[in-house]
Design a protein around this ligand. Sequence first.
Ligand code: DGP
Length: 113
Amino acid sequence: MSDCLFCKIIAGAIPSNPVYEDEWIYAFRDIAPQAPTHILVVPKAHIADVNGITEENSAIIAHIFTAIPQIARAAELTDGYRVVTNCGVHGCQSVQHLHFHILGGRQLSGEMG
Ligand code: DGP
């Protein structure tokens, strides 16, 4: 199996708290939540980060962004939420498998960086 942490979570080799799954993507609770609701949405195919998005795999990214509103609705984020993806060292990416954070459940800071 791949040495990637999120590939292991997707495969079920490391336990996680799922909130959504389909053929292409998996969403689960962040282990260290930074907001009352903190969900990670990942493609099942290993893409390292935003720099790994191509014409060939971009349909998965579009699919993620159609699933995110459904996931947010199911999580009752009726007053809004933030979607974040970190990339590389300056972006503070700590897991090298593309993931989108859904953060909500309280008024978030206006600071972005
Ligand atoms: P980033 O720093 O953008 O690469 O975000 C990685 C996120 O992954 C971070 O918010 C913490 C979360 N995380 C790290 N290890 C685990 C884990 O084993 N399980 C879960 N559910 N989340 C994890």
